[in-house]
Design a protein around this ligand. Structure first.
Ligand code: G4P
Length: 286
């Protein structure tokens, strides 16, 4: 697999996260609800070292609603706090603020006169690329808007954003590298666009995606493309979709590459359906 993260990159990312973690009271680990396992870096808990954390199940609007609940319950059973969020559609944002207040409680700092005064709770957003970290920061910052000036001890690029509910958010997210535990994780990351189309050629990726979606439920492809997929191979399905969409090349053959691009794009936008690609261990249907 051709991956952009090298040990040097990881070390740098890690150092930056550690430095910023020291400044906050709570971390928000953003993941993609369509691939809650594959979009997590399994080392996150070691990295956080006991710092309070909320798992933000972002892009929930693109994932199956029942599967969202299954995953949230699963995380809760494991002792995590998890919130189902749609950062573009505004769902779950207030829950993050409320839960943070409950988890962190009041914070004080030394005042100029030597006493102590209440201060805002401080948070950082962390996650692998493309899970929606910036979108969530923008959404949270719209809630209040005001950015505060630099504070001592913070690199000049970092600023705090005041969010309602006595919360201050670091405007720079911590970027974690995706972890390719196995081939399936790599494929899931590629299907959702978390890594760009670099691990497989686009046609192979689309063939694999069609196969996965078909196994989850036949109705998604049938309804989106108005085709009968019974007894058809992924290759045949791509051909039919290509013909229907007029993706043809010389000689009337289907342009497989263009058709594959369309299918991947439509999955990523949720147009084929709200399809969650993986479930907690031991479950295979939702
Ligand atoms: P990052 O900082 O973690 O790298 O992610 P970013 O916010 O840039 O979001 C990546 C893409 O995901 C963006 O799409 C963004 O609009 C989309 N996105 C983020 N949160 C949600 C969500 O809750 N629901 C949905 N449906 N989409 C979300 P984009 O601008 O089209 O980027 P691209 O990936 O097409 O380049």
């Amino acid at each position: 697999m051709n991956i952009n993260w090298y040990p040097g990159h990881m070390k740098k990312a890690m150092e930056s996260i550690m430095k910023n973690l020291a400044l906050v009271d709570i971390a928000y680990e953003v993941i993609d609800s369509r691939i809650p396992r594959s979009s997590r870096n399994p080392e996150i808990d070691n990295i956080l070292g006991g710092k309070p954390k909320i798992i933000i199940m972002n892009k929930s609007d693109l994932a199956d609603e029942e599967a969202n609940i299954i995953w949230r319950n699963y995380f809760q059973k494991q002792g995590y706090r998890a919130v189902i969020v749609d950062s573009t559609g505004n769902r779950g944002i207030d829950d993050i603020v409320k839960l943070s207040n409950r988890l962190v409680g009041k914070k004080t700092e030394r005042s100029g006169s030597g006493g102590s005064e209440n201060r805002s709770m401080r948070a950082i957003i962390i996650g692998i690329p493309n899970v929606g970290k910036s979108t969530l920061i923008n959404n949270l910052s719209r809630r209040k808007g005001a950015r505060t000036g630099n504070k001592p001890g913070i690199t000049r690029a970092n600023q705090w954003i005041n969010v309602k509910g006595n919360l201050q958010l670091l405007d720079t997210p911590g970027i974690l590298w995706p972890k390719f535990q196995d081939e399936e994780v790599g494929l899931n990351l590629a299907f959702t666009g978390a890594i760009k189309d670099e691990i497989l050629d686009i046609e192979n990726l689309a063939l694999n995606l069609i196969d996965r979606i078909k196994n989850i439920s036949k109705r998604y492809l049938q309804e989106r493309y108005d085709i009968d997929i019974e007894n058809k191979s992924p290759y045949e399905i791509i051909e039919i979709i290509g013909r229907k969409r007029g993706c043809l090349i010389q000689g009337g053959r289907v342009d497989l590459s263009r058709t594959s691009g369309i299918i991947l794009d439509e999955y990523r936008k949720g147009l084929i359906g709200r399809i969650t690609l993986e479930l907690p261990e031991g479950r295979d249907v939702y």
